[in-house]
Ligand binder design. Structure first.
Ligand code: ATP
Length: 335
């Protein structure tokens, strides 16, 4: 297990500053997800931890030891890439044991570790095949096995599931959670997919434009957004944000917190509206409803409304967020 600390790190490419004075602690043994839109600097941070893209300034520590200048091979980390980075001409076995051979690990020990890791990722029957004879999911397992066999203290994963189809992605997600539980190692996982982050993370670090906008466990980050960006990035569909008459402040609430009111109910926020669209989701329906202030999304188990229907929407006080003119949450007076 290992704790990683990034202290005042910045990164520039030429005159473009990609990471801006960022400090972050990645708890030992936690599954931390670096989440944010494309280009926000997630991969850049991961590469700093791996030692393959050094920070322009700032320090990186592992368990209190300054590793800023340490080469990747000496860091006790392993990285799993989106592109798998496997050798097509080698067999599965060859791919998995490659780094062990490089490190002159004796043959018997190599065989033992390869067999064990192959079992862990379910590749034991495919060790003599070439990657081209395997499915996408199995190839991703090779990439995982290659990281596992190094027995690192820290696993760095850069969108490792993004080349898989939706069904396989969900299955691999749960396998990664189990793997993390079994190993107890520090996992740092990069994704732009908030659903993936919510499903897997102990700790989410939400980034935008090279900065951390909020971090915390998935539940608190979902329930208690610090700003409009978080409220809209986390959750499906994003939180509704509406102007407040006569001010620069804005009101926010999640689509799943909206209720259809059959009669006058004393809720903090009630509005008449017209249903614009209706999408069947299975256990719920997603409605777009036009209110005087703008359109909002509503996720509801009430199936009976149709486009054109006049409805009354309500949101309880504790489910309302208020944001200032900079998009930051106003904490007092929001129920
Ligand atoms: P994605 O989800 O698309 O992979 P990301 O959040 O991982 O995005 P990074 O890959 O860290 O983002 O890139 C952050 C910014 O740095 C981007 O604007 C990118 O264009 C820029 N960048 C990354 N690597 C380089 C480089 N070698 N030279 C110049 N600019 C770079």
């Amino acid at each position: 297990m290992a704790e990683i600390v990034l202290e005042h790190v910045s990164k520039s490419f030429g005159s473009t500053r990609v990471i801006e004075d960022l400090s972050l602690t990645l708890r030992s043994g936690a599954f931390t997800v670096l989440l944010g839109p494309s280009g926000c600097g997630k991969t850049t941070l991961l590469r700093m931890i791996a030692g393959i893209g050094p920070a322009t300034s700032g320090r990186v520590y592992m368990d209190g030891v300054d590793i800023t200048a340490l080469p990747p091979g000496e860091r006790n980390v392993a990285m799993v890439f989106q592109s798998y980075a496997i050798y097509p001409t080698m067999t599965v076995r060859g791919n998995i044991e490659f780094c062990l051979k490089n490190n002159k690990v004796p043959r018997a020990e190599r065989q033992r570790r390869v067999a064990q890791v192959a079992r862990t990722v379910g590749l034991e029957d495919y060790l003599d095949r070439k990657p081209s004879q395997l499915s996408g999911g199995q190839r991703q397992r090779i990439a995982l096995a290659r990281a596992l066999v190094k027995e690192p203290a820290v696993f760095l994963m850069d969108e490792p599931l993004s080349n898989l189809d939706a069904k396989l992605r969900t299955a691999m997600r749960s396998e990664l959670i189990q793997l993390h539980q079994a190993l107890g190692a520090t996992f740092v996982y990069v994704t732009h997919d908030q659903t993936e982050s919510m499903a897997m993370a102990d700790h989410i670090v939400l980034m935008n434009e090279g900065k951390i906008l909020q971090q915390g466990d998935p539940e608190s980050i979902y329930r208690d957004p610090d700003n409009i960006f978080t409220a809209q990035f986390i959750g499906t569909p994003p939180a509704n944000i509406l102007p407040l008459p006569g001010s620069n402040f804005r009101l926010g609430f999640r689509p799943e917190k909206v209720r259809f009111l059959a009669s006058e109910e004393a809720l903090a926020y009630t509005r008449p509206g017209t249903v614009v669209t209706r999408e069947m989701l299975g256990v719920e329906v997603l409605y777009k409803v036009r209110l005087p202030e703008g359109d909002v999304m509503v996720r509801s188990a009430c199936f009976q409304y149709r486009a054109g229907d006049t409805v009354c929407l309500g949101v309880a006080g504790e489910d309302l967020y208020f944001f200032d003119e900079n998009g930051l949450r106003i904490r007092s007076g929001c129920g």
